[in-house]
Structure formats: C-alpha cells, structure tokens
Write a protein that binds this ligand. Structure first.
Ligand code: C5P
Length: 222
C-alpha cells in the first residue's frame, strides 16, 4: 500500500477492552470485541498509513500491514501509545476500563475458610484519549475519540469532545432499539468542532472505511 493517500503518515489506534488485575490470576474486564478498532486500523493501513494498533485482549487476528502491540491494562495502553509517538493520527476506539483495583494483591487471594471476603478498592485509570489530545507538541494533528450513548447523543458527544479536547468524536447510538451492542452494525454520528454528520446504519467495516477516507481527506493538504 505504498502509494495510498496516507503514505508517509503514522497512526496510533487503540482497540479492545483492558484487563485490570485483582491479583496474579484474576482481573476486571468488559465485553468489548475490538471489532471496530481493528477494522479502523486495517482500513488506515490500506490507505498507506503506518499503523500501530495498541490492543487489549481480543479474539481477533492482527490486521494485515499493521504493527500490533498487545497490552492488558489501561496503564500499559497509555505507555504503549506514548511509545508510539510521534504520530499524525490517533484513533481511540478501545473500551478502556474507567477504574482499576488500587489494592492489587501481589499473591493470589485465598479463600481460607474464615469467611473473610476481600474488599476491592478502585481508583481512576488514566484517560488515554484526553492524554493524547493534550500532549502539547507531541499531540497528533488529528485525534479521534468514540462515545457510546443511549440518549441526547449529539449533545453528550459534543460535550465529551470539548472535555477531552479531541478533534472528532464518533458517537455510537447504542440504545437497545438499534441492536448495535454485540452486533456487526453501527449507527454513528461524526462530530467535529462545528459540524455533525449523521451516517446511516452501516457494518463496522464500512464505518471504518468511511472514517479512514474522511481522515485521508482531512490530512490531504498536509
Ligand atoms: O469517557 P468515555 O469513556 O465515554 O470516552 C470514550 C472515549 O475515550 C473513547 O474514545 C475511549 O477510547 C476513550 N477513553 C480512553 N481512556 C479512558 C477512557 C476512555 O482513551 N480511560
């Protein structure tokens, strides 16, 4: 793909869930499949982009032509993203755990028969999208985040864009009527500073294709 419109550009894409350790054998996670993030990495690579895909544990194969960095926790994901800088583009599609266990045990927690039940204390994880968006002279030229909303989609997503200081938010309508959750289709709104595009219901692959094309179009003057 050495001739595509994104040849010479570098992208970081985050995908999948994160696993937050409780002890050496247990973790807290979520049900993210990584389908949308992996598809975006694949489509950017097809346009000639040099892509680092930073992904939590998924059942997916590494897309062709993409450098896959496999991580487990949000903190690992942040370090891997920072190691992949500088980049022209960042697309944060991972479902990063909001919290991790603060009192992670160094040894396996034991059920010792005393009836004592361990208490997990949670602490906030770093926000990778916000960190990349506010990375000063290391900030990628285009930073794209995702937002899953069930109501007031445009308003909430737009507020999120401003709070995190990214350039675009791809807002998923995950209200039960759309069947997005766990499915292969997605209905999204792409929200920029003074523009909102409402895309029709599309496969996650088609969303990735259109997003990659939109990114190439945005950077073509570069
Ligand atoms: O705040 P919320 O989780 O709804 O924001 C979603 C967006 O922020 C997604 O793009 C997600 O990848 C990113 N995010 C992140 N690091 C976090 C939490 C969310 O990069 N700790």
């Amino acid at each position: 793909f050495k001739t595509g419109p994104l040849f010479g550009k570098k992208a970081i894409v985050t995908s999948g869930p994160t696993h937050e350790p409780i002890d050496p054998v247990r973790y807290i996670a979520n049900r993210s499949s990584g389908k949308q993030g992996h598809a975006i990495a694949a489509e950017l690579a097809k346009l000639g982009c040099e892509v680092t895909l930073v992904s939590g544990p998924t059942r997916l194969e590494a897309p062709n032509g993409v450098k896959l960095v496999e991580i487990e926790s949000a903190r690992d994901m942040l370090v891997a993203c920072q190691n992949a800088l500088p980049a022209d583009i960042a697309v944060c599609a991972a479902a990063v755990a909001d919290w991790r266990v603060d009192n992670e045990a160094g040894q396996k927690l034991k059920k010792d028969g005393s009836g004592q039940i361990p208490e997990l204390k949670l602490t906030e994880n770093p926000d990778i999208l916000a960190t990349l968006s506010q990375a000063g002279d290391q900030r990628p030229k285009l930073v794209v985040g995702f937002a899953a909303e069930t109501q007031n989609i445009r308003e909430y997503a737009s507020a999120k864009r401003i709070r995190k200081q990214c350039d675009w938010i791809v807002a998923n309508d995950v209200s039960p009527s759309t069947g997005t959750f766990g499915g292969n289709e997605n209905k999204v709104h792409v929200i920029a500073r003074n523009q909102c595009e409402d895309w029709p219901t599309l496969s996650k692959k088609e969303v990735a294709k259109r997003l990659a094309a939109k990114i190439a179009d945005y950077l073509k003057e570069d």
